[in-house]
Design a protein around this ligand. Structure first.
Ligand code: AMP
Ligand code: GLY
Length: 423
């Protein structure tokens, strides 16, 4: 089977790494890929939202399956594009169709979906510029902190959590009236603040059946002790120690089952990953958000723990027989620590040479913002690499990641030294 992975991050290197291990995969392509995928697959210089260029590549290389990494192409309808094209409709796509991708593409859509299917989440109301005054009144009726969410995709920056009522009103106006997040904030969801500890649950579905992957927790803030600006993720661990069997059962019964049933009832075709961002409030799980893809860097700890052939799983998803698949999971813990460019998540320099990768032993380095250049590897993004290790405990795994990081160097390299500090 010839397979194309769309994307260029650590998540996509991990997909490629896992797919390349499958005897079912005969050729592997990644578009656009990075220095890590270049070693195990053929990189294609194509943007993930350039559907015409993707079509040309799929026809040229006779690709049988496309695995979509990031949300943008899904929300823009890449799956539908394939289904509506005579020359492409035989190709299997891993990733939901546009209508279902709205679970990530629109917070309001996701909230309405949860409310329709009785899925526990924060109470909310949504507003647009014409209902700004009602928005102010709703804020006045809530206790701080106030949670304001741009409805559309805002590159992970569209959620504001504000303590002061007047500031919350000012921000609401700036989002709705002054287009703070462009079109993405033409609608804003205001919701109840939930106080608790977060974790991520990953579900595979063929639209009818589902399988739950190992859970994970990511560390989003740039600073140690979970302080400072939000990032795409500075590290992750799997499994999540506080997710007891009883709590996981609640997640499955109260959230996963109604989500998959809801997709069917609402006629939302879904073949791919559902990433459910959860918060544990008291003893109960509540949904913070849906994503229609895998998490990054969570993928870098979830897929290394999956022992089952990923291509066989994908094949069963496209044939709607996921119920016949058994997932085997490695009992060991996996942890990852992300190396970032100095300055990230604000402005940072690129083009720094990365050295020492050959000295890494007993960890897996997944490349993200890194590209091959004249026989060397250079930084090309904010999150540069994720160093993943296994251990009998989280601390054993983390120790290996941190030891190996000592060998890796690039100018202004930064990373969090406290991943897993709260476990
Ligand atoms: P989202 O993009 O919806 O995942 O939100 C980004 C982050 O904001 C989440 O990971 C949470 O840390 C936080 N957050 C979102 N919604 C809430 C809420 N209702 N209560 C508390 N924290 C929230
Ligand atoms: N690590 C969070 C995300 O992928 O959205």
């Amino acid at each position: 089977m010839k397979i194309l992975v769309l994307g260029s991050g650590g998540r996509e290197h991990t997909f490629a790494w896992k797919i390349a291990q499958s005897p079912l995969c005969t050729s592997l392509f990644v578009a656009p890929g990075n220095s890590g995928t270049a070693d195990i697959a053929q990189n294609l210089d194509i943007k993930v939202t350039d559907f015409q260029a993707i079509k040309n590549a799929v026809l040229t290389h006779e690709i049988d399956m496309v695995v979509v990494g990031p949300e943008d192409p899904l929300v823009q309808g890449v799956h539908d594009f394939f289904l509506n094209d005579e020359a492409l409709k035989h190709v299997s796509i891993i990733g939901p169709q546009k209508a279902a991708a709205e679970l990530e593409g629109s917070k309001e859509f996701a909230k309405a979906f949860m409310s329709r299917h009785n899925i526990p989440t924060a109470a909310y109301q949504s507003f647009d510029a014409s209902s700004l005054m009602e928005g102010y009144s709703f804020l006045e009726s809530l206790n701080p902190p106030y949670v304001l969410k741009a409805d559309g995709l805002a590159a992970g920056k569209g959620v504001l959590i504000i303590n002061d009522l007047d500031e919350a009103k000012k921000e609401l106006k700036s989002m709705l009236v002054d287009a703070k997040f462009g079109n993405a904030s033409s609608k804003v969801v205001i919701e109840e603040f939930l106080d608790g500890i977060e974790l991520s649950c990953f579900v595979l579905t063929d639209g009818k059946h589902y399988k739950i992957l190992p859970n994970a927790k990511d560390y989003k803030r740039i600073g140690e002790g979970d302080t400072g600006l939000n990032t795409g993720g500075m590290g992750a661990v799997s499994p999540v120690p506080f997710a007891t069997e009883e709590f996981l059962n609640k997640i499955e019964e109260q959230i996963v089952k109604p989500t998959i049933n809801g997709l069917q009832k609402d006629n939302l075709p879904y073949k791919g990953f559902v990433f459910i961002g959860l918060i544990k409030v008291g003893d109960d799980p509540k949904v913070i958000e849906y994503n229609v893809r895998m998490g990054d860097p969570e993928t870098e700890v979830v897929l290394p723990r999956l022992k089952t052939d990923l291509v066989a799983i994908f094949k069963s998803i496209s044939e709607e027989r996921l119920d016949g698949v058994q997932l085997d999971v490695d009992d060991r813990a996996a942890t990852t620590v992300v190396l970032v460019s100095g300055g990230y998540p604000e402005s940072y320099e690129k083009g720094k040479e990365i050295s020492g990768l050959d000295k890494v032993k007993d960890s897996i380095v997944f490349h993200a913002g890194a590209i091959p250049k004249n026989g060397k590897i250079e930084t090309s993004g904010g999150r540069v690499m994720a160093v993943t290790s296994y251990g009998n405990t989280h601390s054993e795994a983390l120790k290996k990641s941190y030891q190996n990081i000592q060998h890796i160097h690039f100018d202004k390299m930064n990373y969090r030294k406290d991943i897993g500090f709260d476990l």
